[in-house]
Ligand binder design. Structure first.
Ligand SMILES: Cc1cc2nc3c(=O)[nH]c(=O)nc-3n(C[C@H](O)[C@H](O)[C@H](O)COP(=O)(O)OP(=O)(O)OC[C@H]3O[C@@H](n4cnc5c(N)ncnc54)[C@H](O)[C@@H]3O)c2cc1C
Length: 434
């Protein structure tokens, strides 16, 4: 059997898997290798961190998407382009796999060295683990304020700063402010004015990817719900006590969430492939330049869109379209017919701002408020893999419209650790009377 292998089970990898599964000619097998057993639906991570939906709802198991293909959970550690093999760390140790064609779809990573101190004191939002961690941090901070006597410390603990006012920044801020408002009733010693969400954004307006009008609409919507939106400000560094701005102003905050900056996957550097701006350079038909049988799609690839000649943006929308294009091209190569260049006319962009508000530009038509929010939900629900997952999200969203956010702080403590694990994860201070 010759192997068509895909590395990465994200938007690009799983779309390709579903497009090729059961359609390869005789003598070929399809293999997907990914370091997680599930695919993460990133656009919903903000809802998971804001406790609007359970974190398990934003992931879908890869094995449930498979019909005849093979899946290996493992991390690819090296690719030998000349020998057409790759190495992979699995539960059973390291394996080496030969391939006839290999599609790189391993995305990129969050980057926390964009500001000094961010890696130590900031929180990234890229994985479902990040979302769960932020959610627990928020719940811990509020529980901690209840026990704190010092007013300045209470304010610092209650201040949540989001760095970046792009799509994930505004979605995170919108979800956070809703979450804080919804759960405060369970913490009677925490006053509303002790909880604050700020967005720090360097450009002069939010959502530079959308029109100025929609950027302003997002600003107004967030500000009306109490988010402190600061545009035209640049964070210089992050510390345990807050964020220092370029102007010398210090913003006290115990929690800093960073939604800017990505870095290439470690594999990109190891493979010695043509790379530009951290992304693998591909031909118009998505083949990696200067190689045989190697293709790249999604966030890890630098793809020029044949429709407008611009670089494809690192979004799920493009990852999915590129996956469909590479599926067609791979089948064409196996059938000995010509491949086609990637060309896609983007349908638009949207962001959910929480509280049943959103902004969207669809086929050039601007929308905001409830219609944009409903459109966001309908679109992402339709994109959710597997019918079961769609149904669960739909039920969860409907539930969330009538009932309050879940404030369970899950800690995964095992029996052996019950008496040894500290109750609080912050360093202990001398006993205080509260
Ligand atoms: C918080 C957030 C919100 C977003 N919101 C939107 C949105 O609203 N709309 C939109 O269009 N886009 C959005 N995006 C961007 C979108 O999620 C990405 O563009 C999309 O996920 C890219 O798909 P991908 O398959 O290339 O990479 P990913 O989806 O990142 O998948 C990469 C996969 O590769 C696996 N992998 C990585 N390294 C290895 C290795 N060495 N071995 C094996 N497997 C490996 C990973 O586990 C992962 O499964 C958002 C992103 C984030 C982080």
């Amino acid at each position: 059997m010759k192997t068509i292998a895909i590395i990465g089970g994200g938007f690009a990898g799983t779309t390709l898997l579903r497009a090729l599964d059961g359609r390869l000619p005789a003598g070929y097998e399809l293999l997907l290798v990914s370091d997680e057993s599930y695919t993460t639906f990133n656009p919903m991570l903000a809802e998971a961190l804001g406790a609007s939906i359970f974190p398990e709802q934003v992931v879908a198991p890869i094995r449930q998407m498979i019909r005849g293909a093979r899946f290996v959970m493992g991390r690819v550690t090296g690719i030998d382009v000349a020998r057409r093999t790759f190495r992979c760390d699995t539960l059973a140790g390291e394996i080496e796999q030969r391939y006839e064609h290999l599609v790189l779809a391993f995305g990129n990573r969050a980057r926390l060295d964009v500001l000094p101190g961010l890696a130590e004191h900031g929180l990234a939002l890229k994985t479902v683990g990040d979302a769960m961690h932020i959610r627990n941090t928020v719940l811990r901070r509020i529980a901690r304020i209840e026990l704190e006597a010092d007013p300045a410390m209470r304010r610092r603990l209650g201040h949540f700063v989001v760095i970046g006012g792009g799509f994930s920044g505004v979605e995170t801020a919108g979800e956070l402010v809703d979450c804080l408002r919804g759960i405060r009733r369970y913490y009677p010693r925490v006053r509303a004015d002790e909880l604050k969400v700020s967005v720090l954004h360097e450009p002069q307006r939010l959502l530079p990817e959308l029109s100025e009008r929609l950027g302003r609409a997002a600003h107004t919507s967030l500000a009306a719900r109490g988010v402190n939106v600061r545009t035209g400000v640049r964070a210089r560094c992050v510390g345990e006590r807050g964020v220092m701005l370029d102007t010398g102003e210090f913003v006290p905050a115990a929690t800093v969430i960073c939604t800017i900056g990505t870095r290439p996957n470690a594999l990109v550097e190891r493979m010695l492939l043509p790379v530009e701006r951290g992304r693998i350079v591909v031909h118009p038909d998505l083949r990696v330049a200067g190689t045989q049988g190697l293709w790249a799609i999604g966030d890890c690839a630098l793809v020029i869109n044949g429709y407008d000649g611009k670089t494809s943006s690192p979004t799920a929308q493009f990852a999915v379209r590129q996956a469909k294009c590479v599926a067609r091209n791979l089948l064409a190569v196996l059938a000995g017919t010509p491949t086609r260049a990637f060309a896609y006319r983007t349908r638009g962009a949207m962001a959910a701002l929480g509280h049943r508000k959103g902004v969207a530009a669809v086929l050039g038509i601007p929308l905001w408020g409830l219609p944009a929010w409903l459109l966001w939900r309908a679109y992402y629900l339709s994109q959710m893999p597997t019918f079961g997952r769609k149904l669960r999200i739909f039920v969860e969203w409907t539930w969330g419209m009538f009932f309050r956010n879940d404030i369970t702080h899950l800690r995964f403590t095992r029996s052996q650790e019950l008496d040894t694990q500290p109750a609080a994860e912050t360093p202990r201070r001398p006993m205080a009377t509260v």
